[in-house]
Design a protein around this ligand. Sequence first.
Ligand code: TRP
Ligand code: ZN
Length: 477
Amino acid sequence: MSGRRRLVLLAAGATALALLTGPALAVAEPGDPGSPRYGQGADGVGDPYFPLAGNGGIDVLHYDLDLDYTPAPPAPAPVEGRLDGVATIDLVATQDLDRFNLDLRGLTASRVTVGGKPMAFEQTENELVISPRPKIKAGAPRRVVVTYGGTTTRPTDIEGALYGWVTTRDGAMVVSEPDGSATWFPVNDHPTDKSSYSFEITVPEGLVAVANGLPAGQPTTVDGTTTWYWDAPDPMAAYLATASVGDYVVNEYVAANGTPIFDAVDPTRLGSPSANLALTSDMLVFFEGLYGPYPFISYGAIVDDDSVGYALETQTRSFFSRTASQGTVAHELAHQWMGDHVSPHRWADIWLNEGWATYSTWMWTEHRGGDTAQAAFDDYLSIPADDDEWDVVVADPGPLGLFLNPIYDRGAATLHALRLEIGDAAFFEVAQTWVERFGGGTASTADFIALAQEVSGEDLEAFFDVWLFTPEKPVAW
Ligand code: TRP
Ligand code: ZN
C-alpha cells in the first residue's frame, strides 16, 4: 500500500469527541469523580509502526532524571547492571484525564506521585498506567514523580539490534532509536512529544556519565561514587536522549562556529576515531553553510569500546560504537539538523532522517575533494534494475524496514535527483526552510513534498511518486 494513502491516526481524536459531546456535560467540575468527560489517555500516540509508542492525553515539558547506576561486574557473564531512578516529569494534560500512561519496559516502578501525592498505578509489559486523583483537566500542568529501578541487560529492538540501556562491562551504551527510551525511564516515547531534560547520574568513582547538552556544574564524589550533572534545554525527542556511562577520556573545546564541544572517548579508541572527530569543527561550519545555524547549545561525541553495531545521532552528543569513520562523523552531525531538530512525524518518515544524513556525507566528501555527490548518485544508479535494492517503498518501509539500505542511499539519491530537478538555489532554499519551519518539532513526507512544490513552484507529484512510493528502479535519471 502506498504511504500516501495510509490512514493517519490522530491522537487528538478523544479530545475532539469530548468537545463534540461537551455542552451537555459542561456542568462537570474538574476532578468531579462522576464526570464522564474524564477518560483514559491512549496507550500510544497512533503511530501505526509502533502502536504502543508514546501516550495519548499528555504533553511532557521536562524530564528531570536522577539515576543511580552500577554496571556489570567484570566477567564472567551475564552482563547485568543495576539502575535505580527517580524521574520527575512535568507534563500538561491535553485531554481530561482520569488515567494516563507512560512507557516503561523491564524496570519496576515502586512509587508514583502526582502533584506531590502518592497515586495508584499498574504496570503492564510496556506501560505504566497512572490513575491521578484528583483527575486532571485538559490544559492543567502536573508534576509526576516516578521512583523505579531494576536489573539492566542488553535489550534489542524489533529487528534484533541492541538498543536502549545497553549494559557494558564498564558502564552502559544508551541509544534508543526508535522506541528504546522506555528501557531506562518512564517516558512519552514518541518524537511528536519533545521536551527539555536534566540529568543527575551517580556512578562508581572513576567512571564518566555523559548525557545531552552541557555539564551543569562540576561532578561531585562522595563515598566512592561520582555524580555527573547535565542540562539539555533544547526540545528533544526521547529516542535522542542518552546517559552513557564508561571509562572515558574527556575532551572539551569550542568549535570554529562557537559551539562548545564535549567529547567522551574510551581510552582504547583515541586513534582513528579521535582523528575523525577532530574534523567536527570544520564540519559544523560546512553544514551551517548548507542548512543554517547549528540548532543546539552544544555538541560532542561518545565513543565506546563495546558495540551496538551502529552509530546514533543522540542529540548534541552523537554516539559511536568502536569506530567513527569520517563519513559517519559527518552523518551523525548532519542529523542534528535533519532528524534531531526536525524529527520524523511518524516512523514511516525515517527516510527524511537517513536520506538527508547520507546526502550530507556525499556533499562533505565532495567538499573535501573526494567523489562528487553526482558521482555517488551515478554509482548508486548503476545498481541493476532487478536488484532487490529497488524493492522498498522508501516512504513506507514498514517497522522492520526503518534502517534498510535504500532508506539511506535511495533517500540520498532522491534528494540529489530533486536538486537536479529544481536547481541548486531552490534545493538549498528547501533545505533551509525545512529546518527553519519545522525545527523544534516534527515533519512528514507530505510536508516535505508540499515544501518542495511551494519553493520550486513546480508540480513534483510524479517525481516523488517514482522516487519514494514506487518499489522499482527510477528510470530517466
Ligand atoms: N539512525 C542510526 C544512524 O543512521 C542508525 C540506527 C539506529 C540503526 N538503530 C539502528 C542501524 C539499528 C541499524 C540497526 O545514524
Ligand atoms: Zn543516520
